[in-house]
Design a protein around this ligand. Sequence first.
Ligand code: NAP
Length: 313
Amino acid sequence: MEKKEYDIIIAGAGPAGLTCGLYCARAGFATAVVDSGMPGGQMAMTEWIDNYPGFPEGIGGSELGELMVKQAQRFGAEVTYGNITSVTNESGRFEIQTDGETALCRAFVIATGATPLELGAPGESELRGRGVSYCAVCDGNFFAGQPVVVIGGGDSAVEEAVYLSKMCAKVTIIHRREKLRAKKTAVEAAQAKQNIEFALNSTVVEVTGDKEVTGVKIKNTVSGEISDVPCSGAFFYVGVAPRSEWARGIADTDGNGFIITDENMETSVKGIYAVGDVRRPRNRQVSTAVGDGAAAALAIERVLNEQPDRWRK
Ligand code: NAP
């Protein structure tokens, strides 16, 4: 079977991957951006993005994702569906296997992002999809007019609680500490909502329910008291893990699986780059992901332009 040939293949069509694709295609390189899900990544699962420059009133996450796809495509990047199963080095080129195809490229970019962590509470995995969720934008409407809880105290938990408060009867934010970690603006927005309550210094000890979620049992970390919070939905936002399982044998990662890169976004393997939430920075923003994507593309452009035998589209 004939192998497709590209200059650059990018795994992941979130903001980092799409920006890298846009820059690479605009520089004249044959570029493919492959994603195993909906383009946009975590950004597309965020209702509203208020801190991406250029949109003074904010913009919907899925709309921003669609705009980034269109912009990358305008310069010729192929944005396609595919589940990458292996990456091997074939005489200086990378051979990329997806479910049904094999393609070759000169540079490979890992932009697979991150995925929400599970807390591991009893009942959580059993009731996943039956009241337990990790995506308010995807599932919030199922709980319209009903009480829900959000677990976590970071930006995701607090912002998504504000989103849920627009449709749900009541939202209780359950956080293990006395103080929320989220940005001040997000905390103030949540505090201003009449139907958001806070259960601080509290941990979830169990998600209760038989066929579907009926509540969560929480423990006050100061008093030790156990109480029940009745709810139909439990949204977990306790952090993210990198989507790097398949890349771990390829490039160096830190103890948590985040891929280590240099300032050009190049990994421990020459020609393989990592951008966005899958790599090891502290900042996880759409704007920092976009910056990573541009930085990798510019570095790749320099390298490929220095190689006389490079092939262009
Ligand atoms: P995060 O910042 O890591 O927050 C996770 C939250 O879950 C923390 O409050 C943490 O508690 C809590 N948690 C972790 N493990 C727990 C456990 N075992 N039991 C109970 N609680 C636990 O994750 P995130 O909110 O998903 O955000 C991820 C990254 O994306 C962050 O860098 C964030 O700034 C960024 N982000 C930015 C925006 C924005 O700029 N608009 C929006 C969303 C996300 P502690 O606080 O006690 O550690």
